[in-house]
Design a protein around this ligand. Structure first.
Ligand SMILES: C[S@@+](CC[C@H](N)C(=O)[O-])C[C@H]1O[C@@H](n2cnc3c(N)ncnc32)[C@H](O)[C@@H]1O
Length: 213
């Protein structure tokens, strides 16, 4: 079992402003642990996490893919989360470039079709639309109608970002209608699979994986 990244530099006060790793985060880590053989084979040269929050997932994935020959990027809309990710990378002896931006605004078109490994634990909770678009901790969960507003805005970027061999992983819950998301991505030329599921309280979590057909 791979160790959870060292987050000891983040204190209770920090989690008033950024997302504290929770069941969804840990399911994502478990999925990446299962995917180690695939990731070793993939040998990503550029990885990108959208919405990195504390930086826990990026630090975990960073340890799997190793330091050499892979540029690791993260984005977050919350400036405190961007700073936390940077601190977590340093705490875990990893080098990561963190960009404070909405989704991938600051990275396109430069990284078009360059990303070998793309991953996103999005704000997936069903909320009123007005709650979507904050730059503070609410951005961690507020997903709008069906919890899909940020997800649906991001999906069209996947085909622009991924390299020919690239893979995209995303956390969703049942209410986000995972089959509908898979259908949308199929129309963009992606095959999909569910690599992990877990019941966490009232949430049924899924980790979806997409690769080009
Ligand atoms: C559910 S949290 C996940 C945090 C972390 N990756 C984890 O798994 O613990 C979602 C993250 O996405 C960020 N986020 C929300 N909307 C965003 C957007 N439009 N662009 C970039 N990041 C966004 C939030 O600030 C938050 O850090």
């Amino acid at each position: 079992m791979l160790p959870t990244p060292d987050l000891s530099h983040l204190k209770k006060k920090d989690y008033e402003h950024i997302y504290e790793p929770a069941e969804d985060t840990f399911l994502f880590l478990d999925a990446f642990e299962d995917e180690v053989p695939f990731l070793k084979e993939l040998k990503p040269t550029i990885s990108l996490e959208i919405g990195s929050g504390s930086g826990c997932v990026t630090a975990f994935v960073g340890k799997i893919i190793g330091e050499s020959n892979c540029l690791k990027y993260c984005t977050d809309i919350n400036p405190r989360a961007a700073r936390a990710t940077f601190g977590t990378a340093r705490q875990n002896q990893l080098s990561v470039d963190v960009v404070e931006t909405h989704l991938v605004d600051a990275l396109l078109p430069r990284l078009e079709n360059q990303i070998d490994l793309l991953y996103f634990n999005p704000p997936y909770v069903l909320t009123p639309s007005e709650e979507v678009g904050s730059h503070s901790v609410e951005a961690a969960w507020a997903g709008g109608i069906d919890g899909r507003e940020v997800i649906d805005e991001f999906l069209p970027f996947v085909k622009r970002l991924l390299s020919a061999k690239g893979a995209f992983y995303m956390v969703v819950v049942n209410e986000n209608k995972p089959d509908d998301i898979r259908e949308i991505m199929a129309q963009d030329g992606f095959s999909s699979s569910v690599v992990k599921t877990r019941l966490a309280g009232r949430e049924k979590l899924f980790i979806l994986k997409f690769t080009r057909v």
